[in-house]
Design a binder for this molecule. Structure first.
Ligand code: ATP
Ligand code: MG
Length: 582
C-alpha cells in the first residue's frame, strides 16, 4: 500500500484543484469505488524538478484518497534506456518521500500488448504497412490537408496475421514494416491517421533482453498499461491532450476488461491485473526560469562537460537538488504552491529558492563558519585563554538544543566584515570602531596589521563589561558579526552555488545563441574557509545554516568530519531580486 512522508502539510487545507474535483465526483457518483494512479517515467534520464510535480500529484492523490500508486517504467524505447536511470529514479521517488504500491514496467506487459494487437488485427482494426518512414510522412497529410490511405491498408486479415506474426518472429529487418491502427486518414487529429502500434527494432531491451524484435509505440502501450493496472485517473502533461482520442480508441477497441484471455499471461506470471477503463487527464507542466529542463538538454549539459554530472548541485535534477541541499519537503512545498491547473506558466526560480529557505529555516540547526577568513586578535585576553560559549542551535526552536562553541583570543572573521575605509552606512568593524562578536561581547579595533596594501589581521580589545550575562551586555552597537576560534577551527571546503544561467530563458536560441552562451560564470565558487568543530562533525546530507551566510548541506559524497565539505543550497536573502532580467 502507499505509505507517505510524515507530511509537513498534515494540517494544510484540503487541496481542491480540478483533478481532485474530478476524483471526488467520480467517487461520489460511484463511478469508481477507489482511485488508483501511477507515476510513469521513461528510464532515459534522471528525474528533474518537473517530474517532482507529477510525483507529488500522483502520490499525493494516493495519500489523500487512500489509493495505491504504482511506479511504472515506461520502457518501450530500448535504445535510449538504461538500468542506471531505473535505479536513480527509484531512489529519487523514495527520497521525495513516497513509496509505490507496485513496481511495474511497460515491458511486463509485452505479451499482453502483442495479444491485444493480434486481436486488433483479427477485428480488422490494424494492418501491417510496408511504407517506410518517409512515405508514411508523405501519406500522413498536414494540419490543413487530409492524409491518404496506405496502399497496404486493405490487406486481408489473414495476410496481416501472417505478416505480423512474422514481424514478431524477427523475420524482417528494422523499419521494414509497421503495424498500424486502422482509424481515419482524414481525421482532423493527425494522431488518429492510422498511427503505428508496433515497429521493428532488433535492439536488446534492459528488461526483456532479446525476447522481442518488435516494440510497441508509446500511445499504444501507455493506455493499455494503465488499463492493466486498474489505473482510474491517468494524469499526464498537456502535450498529450491531442493524444487522448487515441488513448480512448485503444482502450475501447482492445477492451481489456471484457477480454481476460488477453491478460492471462500476467495472471499466469502471478501479477495482479485489476483491469479498469482508465481516463486520461492533462495538467500543465512545471516550467522554471533560469534553467533548462528537458532531459535532452540536461543530457547535453552533462555530455558537453558544462556541469560535473547529473548530480551537479546546479542541475534541476532531483539528484542535483538533493546534493545542493534542497530538502525533499521544499519540493513538496513547491508542488503545493504551484498547484495543478491547465494553464501553462513559468515559475520564477526565486519561488523554488523561497521554498528551500522556508523549509530549511525551520529544519536546519545553526552553526558558525567563515568563507573568507581574516584574522582578528583580541589583545586584552591571555594568549592561552580558552573557554566555551553555549549557543542555542536554533533561534526559534528550543528543541534543537544547545552546543558548546570554543572561544579563544585569535579568531577568524569574515573579511568583508572589516573595512579600513568604510563607505557611509557600513555598520561592521572599522579602525577605532566597535562591533559585537556574536555570543561574546563588544570588541574595538585598535590596530590594523598590513603587508603592503593587504590587511592581514586586525587587533581588538574586548570590553569585559559587555560579555554575556553582565550588565553591559545590552550596550548597543550597530553591527554583530560571526567568528570561528582559530585554535579549534576546522578548515573546510565551501562550495557556493548560484543559478546556472544568467538569463531567465536560456532556451531562447535567439540570434545564433544557445543556452551555452548564457552560462553563469559565477554559478559555482569553491572557497577554503573555517567552520566550528560541531559543524565539521555533522553527517553527510545534514543541512545547516551558517549564520549570515546561507543554508548549506554537508556534501553527501565528499564530506568527512576531518575534511568537511559544505554546499550552499541558498543564500539567506534573494540576491537576484531587482537584478537586470531577474
Ligand atoms: P522530458 O520532456 O523532460 O524529457 P518526459 O515527459 O519525457 O520529460 P517522462 O519520463 O516521460 O519524461 O515523464 C514521466 C512523467 O512526468 C510524465 O507523466 C510526464 O508528463 C511528467 N512530467 C515530465 N516533465 C514534467 C514537468 N515539467 N512538469 C510536470 N510533469 C512532468
Ligand atoms: Mg516522455
Amino acid at each position: 500500500m502507499t505509505s507517505s512522508p510524515k507530511p509537513a502539510d498534515a494540517t494544510a487545507p484540503e487541496k481542491n484543484d480540478f483533478i481532485r474535483q474530478i476524483i471526488r465526483e467520480d467517487l461520489a457518483s460511484g463511478k469508481h469505488a477507489a482511485v488508483r494512479t501511477r507515476f510513469p517515467p521513461e528510464p532515459n534520464g534522471y528525474l528533474h524538478i518537473g517530474h517532482a510535480k507529477s510525483i507529488c500529484l500522483n502520490f499525493g492523490i494516493g495519500r489523500e484518497f487512500g489509493g495505491p500508486v504504482n511506479l511504472r517504467f515506461d520502457d518501450t524505447n530500448p535504445a535510449r534506456e538504461d538500468p542506471e536511470y531505473v535505479e536513480a529514479i527509484k531512489e529519487d521517488v523514495r527520497w521525495l518521500g513516497f513509496e509505490w504500491a507496485e513496481l511495474r514496467h511497460a515491458s511486463d506487459y509485452f505479451e499482453v500488448f502483442y495479444r491485444s494487437a493480434l486481436k486488433l488485427v483479427q477485428d480488422g482494426k490494424a494492418y501491417v504497412c510496408d511504407l517506410d518512414a518517409e512515405q508514411v510522412r508523405a501519406y500522413r497529410g498536414t494540419l490543413t490537408e487530409p492524409g491518404r490511405n496506405s496502399p497496404f491498408r486493405d490487406r486481408s486479415v489473414a495476410e496481416n496475421l501472417d505478416l505480423f506474426t512474422r514481424m514478431r518472429a524477427g523475420e524482417f529487418p528494422d523499419g521494414a514494416r509497421t503495424l498500424r491502427a486502422k482509424i481515419d486518414m482524414a481525421s482532423g487529429n493527425i494522431n488518429l491517421r492510422d498511427p503505428a502500434i508496433y515497429r521493428i527494432k532488433h535492439v536488446e531491451h534492459q528488461n526483456t533482453g532479446n525476447a522481442w524484435p518488435i516494440y510497441p509505440m508509446y500511445d499504444y502501450a501507455h493506455c493499455l498499461s494503465d488499463a492493466l493496472e486498474g489505473i482510474t485517473h491517468s494524469l499526464c502533461t498537456l502535450e498529450f491532450e491531442d493524444h487522448r482520442p487515441l488513448y480512448d480508441w485503444f482502450v475501447d477497441h482492445v477492451d481489456l476488461p471484457r477480454n481476460p484471455d488477453l491478460y492471462q499471461p500476467l495472471l499466469d506470471a502471478g501479477l495482479d491485473a485489476p483491469v479498469a477503463k482508465p481516463r486520461q487527464i492533462e495538467f500543465s507542466r512545471l516550467n522554471i526560469n533560469y534553467t533548462v529542463m528537458s532531459k535532452r538538454k540536461l543530457l547535453a549539459l552533462v555530455g558537453e562537460g558544462l556541469v560535473s554530472g547529473w548530480d551537479d548541485p546546479r542541475m534541476p535534477t532531483l539528484q542535483g537538488l538533493r546534493r545542493r541541499g534542497c530538502p525533499p519537503a521544499a519540493l513538496r512545498l513547491l508542488a503545493d504552491r504551484v498547484g495543478i491547473s491547465k494553464q501553462n506558466s513559468l515559475i520564477d526560480f526565486s519561488v523554488l529558492e523561497g521554498c528551500i529557505r522556508e523549509t530549511l529555516d525551520a529544519a536546519a540547526p545553526r552553526r558558525m563558519g567563515v568563507v573568507d577568513p581574516l584574522k582578528l586578535v583580541i589583545t586584552n585576553l591571555d594568549e592561552g585563554h580558552a573557554e566555551t560559549i553555549r549557543f542555542s542551535n536554533h533561534p526559534k526552536d528550543p528543541s534543537f538544543g544547545e552546543r558548546e562553541v570554543p572561544f579563544s583570543p585569535v579568531l577568524w572573521i569574515e573579511r568583508e566584515d572589516f573595512m579600513e575605509v568604510p563607505p557611509k552606512g557600513f555598520h561592521r568593524l572599522v579602525p577605532g570602531g566597535e562591533v559585537r562578536l556574536r555570543g561574546v561581547g563588544i570588541v574595538r579595533c585598535t590596530d590594523v596589521v598590513k603587508e603592503g596594501d593587504a590587511v592581514v589581521a586586525v587587533h581588538c580589545t574586548l570590553d569585559p563589561d559587555s560579555r554575556a550575562g553582565l550588565p553591559g551586555a545590552d550596550r548597543k552597537v550597530k553591527g554583530t558579526i560571526h567568528w570561528v576560534a582559530a585554535a579549534t577551527a576546522v578548515p573546510a571546503e565551501l562550495r557556493l552555488y548560484d543559478r546556472l544561467f544568467t538569463v531567465p530563458d536560456p532556451d531562447q536560441d535567439e540570434g545564433g545563441k544557445t543556452y551555452r552562451d548564457y552560462m553563469n560564470p559565477d554559478s559555482v565558487r569553491v572557497v577554503r574557509g573555517y567552520v566550528e568543530p560541531s559543524a565539521a562533525a555533522l553527517q553527510p546530507e545534514q543541512a545547516l545554516q551558517f549564520e549570515r551566510l546561507g543554508f548549506f548541506v554537508a556534501d553527501r559524497h565528499d564530506h568527512r568530519a576531518d575534511r568537511p565539505v559544505f554546499n550552499r543550497a541558498v543564500t539567506l536573502r534573494d540576491n537576484w531580486a531587482g537584478k537586470a532580467g531577474g
